[in-house]
Design a protein around this ligand. Sequence first.
Ligand SMILES: Cc1cc2nc3c(=O)[nH]c(=O)nc-3n(C[C@H](O)[C@H](O)[C@H](O)COP(=O)(O)OP(=O)(O)OC[C@H]3O[C@@H](n4cnc5c(N)ncnc54)[C@H](O)[C@@H]3O)c2cc1C
Length: 336
Amino acid sequence: METILLLTHSEADGSLPKAALEALTAAKTLGGSVTAAVFGGDVDAAAKTLAAAGVAKVLTASGDAFAQPRYATDAAAAAALAKGAGAQIVVAPATSRMARVAAGVAQRLGGRIDTHVTQLVNEGGPAIVRWYYKQRIEATQRRKERPWVLLVDPGAYPAARATGGAAPIEKVEVAPPASRTTVTGVKAPTSGEQTIKPDAKLLFVAGAGWTKKQADGKPNPEKAEKLILGFIRASGASLGSSKSLVDQAGEGQKVFEFMSHLNQVGQTGSTPRHPKGLAACCHGEEPHVVGWRFIRERRAVNLDPNCGWARGKADVLYVADAFVVMEKVNALLGAK
Ligand SMILES: Cc1cc2nc3c(=O)[nH]c(=O)nc-3n(C[C@H](O)[C@H](O)[C@H](O)COP(=O)(O)OP(=O)(O)OC[C@H]3O[C@@H](n4cnc5c(N)ncnc54)[C@H](O)[C@@H]3O)c2cc1C
């Protein structure tokens, strides 16, 4: 059996990213024993969580030099841990921090990498499942080259739980490489609140209809903004958007401050994994709905009974004015 390693960084507070526990579940499906490795500024809580989650042992690399996400130091720590474990299969969560260095780590190990892995299977040897062409084609792949680094997409597996074990924790000394990069702060693309919540049970998609002329002959984007934000805050839903709505910035039209292209769902946007979705003022065209591939229960509110959602793309279409519907929904949520 090949040596399987779960490789991750810790969060700033020393805990584990949820995606790391999901990747651990994925690694365990291969059937062999799994070693875990974690790097970061503070790794104590993360290492303890892993040690209790049914792994054979936990390797750590920590210190101030590894606190900031930075290519040179992250790649050095990750490569040293993978070498220390003698890993043939390296399973890592596709957090932005791991995704940035994983290809370089594979190169340093003389191995290969595959990304966007959604399933690991053992078919007489490890194999991966991933999607191509915007989630339209599913492929199962194997590779002969080792080490094989695999980035597992978040949301594809349930998080591993503590099973009560207490695997040994071993510190690996990694000399931090010379680095010219100092992280001075974070600049997020939107100045407003965080509207993208991958763990939310509901995805709420806003379409361009929110900014279009309404029955009274005028657009009412201020009211739309109030209704959308009111619903997002009261329900805890994650906010998605159609391309038309987020593209309006370039067209000089009203733009919602709390939205950016990161909210866009669809062929040229994201493919989120929420159990339920509700679209309002969005037409439901194919390039948009292809991003709903993993949304299992779908509903939409649209004035047009012939919109795309009516053509088999939603389970329920409410033919109604979304301004009226969402005002009522927000009032009901507020009364709760
Ligand atoms: C190569 C390519 C890639 C693309 N990729 C993407 C992508 O990734 N994501 C994406 O979203 N699109 C994508 N598109 C664009 C896509 O085809 C559509 O143009 C876009 O999704 C339309 O956005 P919309 O439904 O918000 O706007 P519109 O088509 O303008 O629809 C607005 C809807 O709002 C409804 N409406 C208006 N007022 C109300 C009201 N008061 N109550 C209820 N309903 C109301 C209208 O009936 C209408 O159906 C792509 C297109 C191409 C060619």
